[in-house]
Design a protein around this ligand. Structure first.
Ligand code: HEM
Length: 440
């Protein structure tokens, strides 16, 4: 039953949790399902506790539409996504108003899917060559292999430089920084540890090397590094070196922490549904049988596309937007004060039967993504002014990775440990280390 007003305290209802830990453990697991479970129990607004942290959760269509249409007037990223700006100079997450739209425009051009489709052969060859290095006959952990491939694609396509030698540092630093600064699983002291500081310094040195190489060379079409080096802010002032590095790192961050998770979920779904695996493999191999498919042909792979959409529906790598309320507002009978930490769990609508009938079933036969997207009920990349800038890029990237993979390799068997796979949040949602693959 949906409870909208708690007359005793005037506060939204509190999700039941453990002493001290509160909802921390559950939120470190499949946080998307956690949000859905408490939406069904408590309604579109409720409170959660995770260790020392408190959040008000907003979920359902009304919440999505609020984030979309009014978020910029009432919500701020300063204390949440702002940590990415402090840590890596990724300013776009935290800026607001004109400086934000100015930087989004600059980055938007450099992160558009055309960056991939305009250098299509290079992109496909890079993907094929990278996958060809994956060992055959061994049991491999899925997530890190996709992370390394997605990071390499980003590094070459957006910065003209391989990242293979720096991948481990990038992964370690992003994951620890997210755990500490966004999920707040560990104290800030963890980011002062020599192991973290050393790797972070190596990444910044790697970025400076890439920038130096770009200063002495030119490209027919400027890439992300060229854009970062030449960009000026809304007042015509060049960005600082730290901000330029933040713009470049933005791409790596998207690849390692989200696109790779999306591909891992697509493969997970294929392992769980052998009939869908057969259908998608058949479709992919047919289109490759005539040589390298064009971007237009790739887009027309309807089963693969449906697999991508359904994976994003059921397993959204970034299922909520974390904000602080900057101006008080009323929502579903509650008055929400400025300063309240909030999470907009925008992917809860993905599991509501009024939008997706039989929502717990993975199906590639649904035909209402677009209709739900229009009203704000299917938005795996969030909504509003800070919605993902790399959504189109990520979709082409993930579809290409999966098409090349399924064309190029076979899988020895459905992994025996599939039942042990758990979905975890760190804080991006992904299948845990039990998701393995064996290539033939
Ligand atoms: C499946 C893959 C991806 C998912 C699910 C995803 C999801 C998201 C989400 C939910 C946000 C909003 C965060 C917030 O609440 O403020 C976001 C922001 C952003 N994403 Fe992605 N992302 C993906 C891939 C990428 C990639 C590959 C790139 C870059 C090439 C990218 C670039 C960005 C940027 C620049 C922002 C900040 C936008 C702003 O604050 O104005 N994303 N992403």
């Amino acid at each position: 039953m949906i409870q909208t007003v708690n007359y005793n305290t005037g506060q939204p209802p509190l999700a039941a949790g453990l002493p001290f830990l509160g909802n921390g453990l559950e939120m470190a697991g499949n946080i998307q399902m956690f949000f859905v479970k408490y939406y069904n129990q408590l309604g579109p607004i409720y409170r959660v506790k995770a260790l020392q942290q408190r959040f008000v959760i907003f979920a359902g269509l009304e919440a999505n539409q609020f984030l979309w249409k009014s978020g910029h007037d009432y919500l701020s990223n300063e204390n949440t996504m702002g940590s990415l700006s402090d840590e890596f100079g990724m300013m776009v997450h935290v800026l607001e108003g004109e400086p934000h739209s100015h930087l989004r425009k600059l980055l938007g051009a450099a992160l558009s899917p055309e960056v991939l489709t305009s250098q299509w052969e290079r992109f496909i060859h890079l993907t094929q060559q990278h996958i060809a290095t994956w060992p055959v006959g061994q049991t491999l952990p899925v997530v890190p292999y996709f992370q390394s491939l997605a990071a390499e694609q980003l590094a070459v396509m957006l910065g003209n430089q391989s990242s293979v030698d720096h991948f481990e540092q990038l992964r370690y630093v992003f994951e620890l920084a997210l755990d500490v600064r966004l999920a707040r699983k560990w104290p800030m002291a963890f980011l002062r540890l020599p192991a973290y500081q050393k790797r972070k310094a190596e990444i910044f040195a790697f970025m400076r090397d890439i920038m130096a190489a770009h200063r002495t060379t030119t490209r027919a079409t400027p890439d992300l590094v060229d854009v970062a080096l030449n960009a000026v802010d809304a007042h015509g002032k060049p960005y600082s070196e730290e901000e330029q590095i933040g713009m470049i790192l933005q791409g790596y961050f998207g690849a390692i922490n989200t696109t790779a998770y999306m591909c891992s979920f697509m493969l997970y779904a294929l392992f769980r549904h052998p009939e869908i695996m057969a259908q998608v493999v058949d479709e992919v191999r047919q289109v490759f049988s005539g040589g390298m498919p064009t971007p237009q042909q790739l887009r027309k792979l309807s089963s693969l596309h449906a697999l991508a959409q359904e994976s994003l529906r059921m397993y959204d790598p970034a299922p909520g937007s974390v904000r602080t309320v900057s101006k008080a507002f009323d929502f579903c009978g509650y008055h929400i004060e400025a300063g309240t930490p909030a999470i907009f769990a925008f992917s809860v609508t993905h599991y509501l039967p009024e939008f997706f009938p039989d929502p717990y079933t993975f199906s590639i036969s649904r035909d209402n993504y677009l209709e739900n997207q229009r009203i704000g009920a299917y938005r795996p990349f969030s909504l509003g002014v800070h919605t993902c800038l790399g959504a189109g890029f990520a979709e082409v990237q993930a579809m290409t990775i999966m098409a090349v993979l399924l064309q190029q390799v076979g899988f020895a068997e459905i992994p025996p440990a599939l039942d042990k796979v758990k979905i975890v949040a760190a804080p991006g949602l992904h299948p845990n280390r039990h998701l393995k693959m064996k290539l033939v």
